[in-house]
Design a protein around this ligand. Structure first.
Ligand code: 5GP
Length: 189
């Protein structure tokens, strides 16, 4: 793919970190506050919708066959298997956002972010939870995972945290407002 940052005004921000660190909350807020400057790239996933999630608003919910077909056509900028489900960023999503002059925000896992390092011109930001205890508390309060699934997410989070040094910046999401201000400053919005 061509490098969106050099071709267009909109820059690419890759926001990564363990599930439960608060990356989606932070980016949703930024998008809501600055809709003409920021847009989140809607990923494809093979997982089922949770709660009130809607097709094309939160994710493009695809069957495994549909996902693999797109992957084999080279439609993804990056893709990864996360907790047994496939997730991927469509090249077209990112291109469409950047051509409007807005910044494209990719909220993705660490495997996906690492695929993009050195491949695209982007700002790589790691969102970390203040502690493993707090991450556990946040995941428990979501009530979306079984106990086994939560333990899996927590053990995977430890491996992801070890890779935070590969990123351009790390924001510790202890207090949401402080983390949000830091993100805003980094993005220059
Ligand atoms: P969830 O199922 O909780 O929505 O997401 C699980 C994990 O997959 C989260 O860390 C989320 O950021 C990540 N994820 C969401 N979309 C993508 C994507 O397009 N690519 C990659 N690599 N990870 C993604």
């Amino acid at each position: 793919m061509n490098k969106p940052k050099t071709l267009n005004k909109g820059e690419v921000f890759v926001i990564s970190g363990p599930a439960g660190a608060g990356k989606t909350t932070l980016v949703n807020r930024l998008e809501k506050d600055f809709p003409d400057k920021v847009a989140e790239s809607i990923s494809c996933t093979t997982r089922r919708p949770r709660g009130a999630e809607e097709h094309t608003k939160h994710y493009h919910f695809l069957s495994r066959d549909e996902f693999i077909k797109l992957r084999d056509q080279g439609a993804f900028l990056e893709w990864a298997e996360v907790f047994g489900e496939l997730y991927g960023t469509l090249k077209s999503e990112v291109e469409n956002i950047c051509t409007t002059g807005r910044h494209a925000f990719l909220v993705i896992d660490v495997q996906g972010a690492e695929q993009l390092m050195g491949k695209i011109d982007a700002n790589f930001i790691f969102i970390s939870p203040p502690s493993m205890e707090e991450l556990r508390r946040r995941l428990e309060s979501r009530h979306t995972e079984s106990q086994d699934a939560m333990e899996l997410r927590l053990s995977w989070a430890k491996e992801e945290l070890a890779k935070s040094g590969d990123f351009d910046y790390t924001i510790c999401n202890n207090d949401l407002m402080t983390a949000y201000e830091e993100l805003k400053t980094l993005c220059g919005v």
